[in-house]
Design a protein around this ligand. Sequence first.
Ligand SMILES: [Zn+2]
Length: 457
Amino acid sequence: MASAVDSFRAYLRIKTVHPTPDYAPVGPFLASYAARGGFEFQELTLVPGHPVFIVTWAGADPAAPSIVLLSHMDVVPVDMGKWTMDPWGGALIDGKVYGRGAQDMKCVGVQYLETLLRLKGVVVDPSVAPLAAPPLRTVHVLFVPDEEVGGSRGIKPLLAHPAWASLNPGFLLDEGLASPSPSFSVFYGERKIWWVRFKATGPAGHGSRFVPHTAVQQLHKVLARVEAYHEAQREALAGACSCGKQLGDFTTANVTMLSAGNPDPKTPQFNVIPTEAHAGVDIRIPATVNLAEFKATLDAWCAVEGGGVTWEPLAQVCGEGPLMLANPTEPVEGPDAHWFRVFSGAVAAAGYSLHAPSIFPAATDSRWVRLMSGTPCLGFSPMRNTPILLHDHECVTRAPARSAATPSRTPNAHAHYPTLQRVFVGGGLRGGPCRIRQGTPRALLRRVVQKIGSTGP
Ligand SMILES: [Zn+2]
């Protein structure tokens, strides 16, 4: 029988990579897990080519709200020139597993399933005794497509479908981030994504003349304001460390797209002043920021001489509603506080520590779950003592250029870093791939699932 680590590596070899993710092999991979554990297995196709898979362990009380363990199957593209090894090879070297999607979030999906196998006693693990009986609550392990591109073909249609209600979800665990320290990270909310297009219009003219308020000049002024705002937020974060605020508490605004003039490099038109210029800005707003005020800020940025700049949000991405639950550590009673108490209690009982729960700096499928179903969610990726190695726009820390986090020299180690995803599978791999010792993240998840599966309001 494949070890947990070998299964993880097999999952990494399935190329669920955008823009053409191949989800078909994931079905048999998960079905064989379900068969091993005697769990139910279901494939739902709400959008052709984008299946949802559900592994279910029926609880003793079918009416009790269930536990949903959510993970996405898709991964972001790879710049092959910046990898030192095959991103689809699942290499295991010195106790580290390499591959695109290792942290985000295939290791989490496999940990969910391995946890259930151990809780049921199908996989014998001396560290924790299996449950004597099925859990009180039904546990659904949910594998969805499309998270990396917004969820329109994944979690969103599922949330709108009767199949979601039939899961009867009471609490959901989704992805978080690896923690570089010995304490685990957990997230109770997210920043809002605002992808904003700025469009500037101005007069045409010859490139040899003084033409006032050209589209490019106007856009340039707006982007200078964007940059000044972004920089002020960066400085505020840098000065905030002692008060416990983190990246998720601040707004970032990165200019990620620019265009003006003839975009075809084969036929450049240096001497024509373009009448339109465009910029795309990736803005991430803490859930605590008043959105109406922020929209007024965008209006103010666009008020430049010439009067030709407008902005519009990319409607399918930009979040309007609340993307956070109440801070679970504050003395407010309710389901959020309850589930967090159970979760953190399980972590403590397993002998681990948690960082203070915080706002996730990027976006996950949990934002749709919170908005569309109101189910309490926590973001938790059980990896500690592990550098955060997600794809670039979610990368919140950077490892030194030469350290345990950088496996080998590459021509461009800095650019290489965010595109290489790795994971230390706890400390348990150091003795060899088959030895999973007590205290690995899976053992922790087992505690958590066991605890939350047996309690609740
Ligand atoms: Zn992810």
